[in-house]
Design a protein around this ligand. Structure first.
Ligand SMILES: NC(=O)c1ccc[n+]([C@@H]2O[C@H](COP(=O)([O-])OP(=O)(O)OC[C@H]3O[C@@H](n4cnc5c(N)ncnc54)[C@H](OP(=O)(O)O)[C@@H]3O)[C@@H](O)[C@H]2O)c1
Length: 317
């Protein structure tokens, strides 16, 4: 099969289109004929070796965590899917494999593709939409009537977060750059802050959850904006956030405390199925702002690396 392969950490020139052996599904895994693969900032951070302390790659390595396509083979014990099913899935975080014609996913990290979404739209869901869901619902405990501030509302994670917060019944404030104000409004945000004109940390409002989808703020700068017992979640895990989390946990043993939560996304097929139901009910719509053919993965990662993606970038295979 054809795949985008890297032979070591480095720049975009490491991304090479090559013929490689087809992957084989093991027990509890499905082999997917990939029709589309999502591009995430994690892909180029991994390629550049930025996270090599936590994620050591074996080379040659095929990048890519988010896939949508058709089931081409199933391993022993797979019961939820059959040959030909249209699915959306996470690949294994250590093995990657999404930028390819065929990729393997654990059955537990896959779901049927939502009927209302194209393959490209479905492939934009796994990391970004599950991050938004898990951060808001599971860590933030955001629920009906709550208030949330989302920083970075226009990006892959942020544009899903706004729609998920609305689906959870929350009042939603979102911050974004000047070029994205109308876009973020169109996603359903109740209040939109243009970060080039206003520093959201100076606002008088208080929020039950602050979700920094872009990872551009800090707990120290935001904590006064939280309601008592409120939660700050950031996509950028930092030592500062871990230390604050520990301090606040101790404070919480003596009374009500605010919470500071670093975040790492969990591959989860049930969450993908939940997001698929929201999509089919018309409450979640991925915005795929750019698509590239597989062989133009360098350009796709270059576009992601600007840090100003609107919605998602997807490779079509
Ligand atoms: N920990 C985890 O498990 C996890 C999971 C997913 C993502 N992440 C991380 O989360 C970050 C966002 O991911 P993504 O997929 O949403 O990235 P993305 O699609 O590239 O979006 C980034 C967004 O950040 C916004 N932004 C840039 N500068 C900003 C600023 N100063 N203030 C507020 N917003 C700003 C941009 O919007 P404007 O153009 O409007 O500025 C852009 O839309 C990345 O660092 C990614 O690696 C972590």
């Amino acid at each position: 099969m054809k795949a985008i392969v890297i032979d070591g950490y480095g720049g975009a020139d490491r991304l090479q289109l090559r013929e490689v052996p087809d992957p084989q599904p093991q027990a509890d895994e499905v082999l997917v004929r990939v029709r589309a693969a999502g591009v995430n900032p994690a892909d180029w951070k991994i390629r550049e070796g930025q996270v090599r302390l936590f994620l050591r790659l074996r080379f040659p390595h095929v990048l890519g965590s988010d896939i949508a396509g058709e089931v081409a083979a199933i391993g022993a014990g797979v019961s939820q899917f059959k040959l030909g099913d249209a699915v959306v899935a996470f690949t294994d975080p250590r093995r990657g494999g999404g930028y390819a014609e065929l990729a393997v996913a654990k059955e537990a990290a896959a779901a049927l593709k939502p009927a209302s979404l194209s393959f490209a739209e479905a492939a934009s869901l796994p990391i970004a939409a599950c991050t938004a869901l898990q951060a808001l619902r599971d860590l933030g405990k955001l629920s009906e009537g709550g208030g949330v501030l989302i920083n970075g509302g226009a990006g892959g994670v942020g544009h899903f977060a706004i729609q998920i917060a609305k689906a959870l019944g929350a009042t939603t404030t979102a911050a974004c750059g000047p070029a994205n104000v109308a876009f973020v409004q169109s996603l359903g945000a109740d209040v939109v802050i243009d970060y080039s004109k206003e520093d959201f940390t100076r606002r008088a409002e208080r929020y039950d959850v602050i979700f920094d989808a872009a990872g551009k703020s800090s707990f120290a700068a935001c904590r006064h904006l939280l309601t008592p017992g409120g939660t700050y979640v950031s996509t950028l895990p930092s030592l500062d956030l871990v230390l604050w989390g520990g301090v606040l946990w101790i404070v919480g043993m003596f009374g009500e405390a605010k919470h500071a939560r670093p975040f790492i996304a969990r591959p989860n097929g049930e969450d993908l199925a939940f997001l698929g139901r929201l999509a089919d009910e018309g409450r979640l719509r991925p915005t795929v702002s750019r698509t590239y053919p597989l062989e133009r993965a360098r350009e796709a990662q270059g576009a992601s690396r600007t840090g100003h993606t609107r919605g998602k970038i997807v490779l079509e295979v």
